[in-house]
Design a protein around this ligand. Structure first.
Ligand code: PA5
Length: 480
């Protein structure tokens, strides 16, 4: 029996949203919300819920079904086991939604110094590298450290045509072929792309590369529970079935139309109300766990790309979207906190808090005669971490700053699965509240088209002209 099949373990691993400090009773009426504000949204929430469930039934919101893809997970797991004997390194080539989910899982669930462990300490699994940038120094430098004969590359692109990922692929393909030959290189490439369309799909057909597709109706930033996130995770020995079980558990919790019982809808409603009624246009996510900093990065993308929109669903110009900011406790207490405490009242701060860390680190009792540090000894880093997160929360609350906490009993695949799914549902629900389409990204597409033009892609000559004309408008006198 898996531990997630034990209801008392599941209860103990349930993540909770504590939104006391979003409310007027904690931070005052000027910045805080009231029960009435929330209750006034209940009917809208019910309508949105019905609409989402209707779409879900028709297959229009396929990310909802991903936690149930056990067959896909089994196939991934089988391949990951097979990799152990064959590869020392796995390099993931992808960008945006095709990289951030995998990175979030890796940072959350692997040893903090995973790549520095011996192969035995890694359970026989390969080292893992995420390359989500085309900076020539950083990408080129990779080949100084890799033995290509022992390296697999996972090429991920939903569209199958993103310039960054496809350029990386072309470079890798040539280098692999040089070392392993035309036939030999094929066993070192795994591809994840749309099941039918795009240049990468065409390349799979020609080359016969190993194929782990992304379901058609799942967009990049909602794809963490597809091979995009799960293959790199399984390749490090992470229990991907438990991640899916956590997501399924959150799906049950989020399949309720009532705000007061649904953590994703409630958090979406709180963020929306704070933005529209209290002018809080910035969403800060501040995990008190270095393991969760990849989740804050991933969240920054899903929140920004989904909610930052020029047009509403009725076609009117709306220019909405909370600006997501990422911070890290305790590090950013010494960098950002001054601004959060005393700057403009324009932020909602979401802490991600972990109740039980995987290890206890005692602080030795040395220099007990020096009074400014003598209080530290005989405590632990765990106590210090907890004291600092509690103190930051209390200080912000005292300064009437909206903040809430998402509390994880501990970090494991089950709680991380819950957290990711919570944020996916929260994002879609909030998009519906703002009455925009959270599933497209027309702003990103425009940048991609201009890049195609500048790189000389056939059919994008007009974009090249547009880009060149734009550059010519720059005047010397505005450059010093
Ligand atoms: O969320 C999105 O849709 C984007 O961030 C994409 O993931 C990103 O642009 C990469 O696109 P693709 O996966 O098509 O290469």
């Amino acid at each position: 029996m898996h531990r997630w099949e034990d209801s008392s373990w599941v209860d103990a691993m349930r993540i909770t949203l504590d939104f006391n400090n979003m409310m007027a009773h904690s931070i005052g009426e000027k910045h805080g919300l009231t029960d009435e504000d929330i209750n006034a949204l209940e009917d809208t929430a019910k309508d949105i819920h019905n609409e989402l469930m209707e779409r879900r039934k028709k297959g229009g919101l396929q990310f909802y079904e991903l936690p149930y893809q056990e067959e896909m997970a089994l196939r991934i797991e089988e391949y990951a086991e097979d990799m152990k004997a064959r590869f020392e390194n796995l390099v993931i080539l992808g960008i945006g939604g095709s990289a951030l989910g995998g990175m979030a899982l890796h940072i959350a669930l692997n040893h903090p110094y995973y790549n520095l462990l011996s192969k035995q300490e890694r359970g026989g699994y390969p080292k893992v590298f995420f390359k989500d940038n085309v900076d020539p120094d950083w990408f080129g430098g990779l080949f100084d450290i890799l033995d290509l004969k022992k390296t697999a590359f996972h090429v991920i692109s939903k569209s199958g045509e993103t310039s960054e990922t496809m350029s990386q692929f072309l470079i890798v393909r040539e280098k692999l072929t040089h070392v392993l030959g035309e036939k030999g290189h094929k066993d070192h490439i795994i591809v994840t792309t749309d099941p039918q369309k795009g240049a990468l799909r065409e390349i799979i057909k020609r080359e016969g590369y190993l194929d782990f597709p992304i379901p058609r109706a799942v967009g990049g930033r909602f794809s963490v529970l597809t091979p995009v996130g799960l293959l790199p995770a399984a390749a490090c020995g992470i229990d991907i079935h438990e991640i899916l079980a956590g997501a399924r558990y959150m799906d049950q919790r989020c399949n309720i139309p009532t705000l007061w019982e649904n953590p994703a809808y409630m958090n979406g409603a709180l963020q929306y109300l704070s933005y529209t009624r209290k002018n809080k246009t910035i969403s800060v996510m501040m995990p008190y766990s270095a393991h969760l900093k990849g989740i804050a990065n991933w969240f920054r993308q899903i929140w920004a790309e989904s909610l930052g929109k020029r047009y509403g669903i009725d076609g009117a110009k709306v220019y909405v979207g909370p600006t997501p900011v990422k911070a890290l406790g305790v590090t950013d207490q010494h960098s950002q906190l001054q601004l959060y405490m005393e700057g403009p009242f324009d932020k909602v701060i979401t802490f991600l808090v972990v109740r039980k860390h995987s290890r206890e680190v005692p602080i030795p009792n040395l220099y007990s005669d020096i009074k400014d540090i003598s209080h530290l000894g005989n405590h632990s880093l765990n106590q210090l971490f907890y004291a600092e997160s509690t103190a930051t929360e209390l200080a912000l609350t005292k300064s009437e700053r909206s903040n809430c906490s998402i509390v994880l009993p501990e970090i494991n695949p089950f709680t991380i699965g819950q957290l990711l799914f919570l944020f996916e549902v929260q994002t879609v629900f909030t998009g519906w509240l703002f009455r925009i389409n959270p599933l497209d990204q027309p702003g990103v597409e425009e940048g991609k088209r201009l890049t195609y033009g500048l790189m000389g892609r056939v059919g994008f000559e007009h974009k090249r002209k547009e880009a060149e004309e734009g550059l010519l408008k720059k005047q010397k006198r505005y450059m010093v």
